[in-house]
Write a protein that binds this ligand. Sequence first.
Ligand code: SF4
Length: 383
Amino acid sequence: MVNEGTFHIGPIRPPSEAASLLIQVTRGCTWNKCKFCNLYRHTRFKAYSADSVKRDIDVIAAYAEEIEEYRDGAGWDLDGLNGRLQRFRDDEARQCFYMVAQWLIDGGENVFLQDGNTTVLSSGRLSEVLVYLKQVFPQIKRITSYGRAEELSSHSAEYYAELKEAGLDRIHSGFETGSDRVLAMINKGTTAEHEITAGRNVRAGGIELSVYFMPGVGGRELSGENAEGTARVLNAVNPDFIRVRTAAVKPGTELYEDFRQGEYCLCGDDDKAREIRRVIELAEGVTTQLVSDHMVNLLQDINGNLGSERDRRKMTARIDQYLGMPEADRRVFQLLRRTLRAYDLDDLAQLTAEQREQLREAVREEPEARWDEKMNGYISRFI
Ligand code: SF4
């Protein structure tokens, strides 16, 4: 009889956790009201018991033991593994097995605990899971999870120190912005004060902090404030990472409804680029790594340490290169990037003069008033 065990897997993880094993310790989001997000809108929040998560870990361990038999010297018997996958009758079990196999093939080192807000669990329950996970898989090097700023701010540095001791290495948190006006507008349910307390306590407990910044989420009206508020929080917290996640206003969300009703004005790519530049410019006394690791970002190669003058100059120079181009070329690049035909500005140089002229002509034909909406439509498909 073949093993067809299943374990819970949630819908999302940060791009930096692409090679991580996903283990669901909570399902859904405790807040579920951010205007730009409808990910868990129809999911009732549930916190799994430590015993339930440990049972999932046992299923993963049983699969891992079986998968290890397909190790072939320094590589893997991929045909054998594929054959095993074909023998599953249950699709969910096949998906679970596939994820464990992929994790081990990728090194089996990192784990991401899902879903939206795992620190809603008591440190005791979360620690029990972390300790068990490390006992079962001693090779694990990094365990990370998501946390909401408001929830994170309710815990002391000691709470985080306990979790660090148990094995939690990093918390990802969608701050999105440090502006109270923007936070209220998107109904994030948090304030800049929550973000600062949360960030300082997480870091004081010895856990790495990775926060997300959404250029453009304040719309055109609050664009400057979005950048300046974010820089204020960044400087107060000095997170390990600030990850750029360009705002995409997705149909079906409340923010999209606001846009349709004329109550929210979409921010264009140029303003979003200026916001990133402003955050870099205002960063002071921090050693944060700015990371652009999502395809929603126009300028994917803006990466560097905000504590390094050299990196800051390199990043702002790249943004200035983009902003300094004629408008038709900026739009050509936006179009190519949003339709996955360009990765960075250097790809523009690969175009022949004729191709470039054709593309300029195509963007000139687009109605001016609908351009930002069109680009927003493209990036909304990436999330
Ligand atoms: S806290 Fe995160 S998961 Fe929850 S509604 Fe907001 S963006 Fe979505």
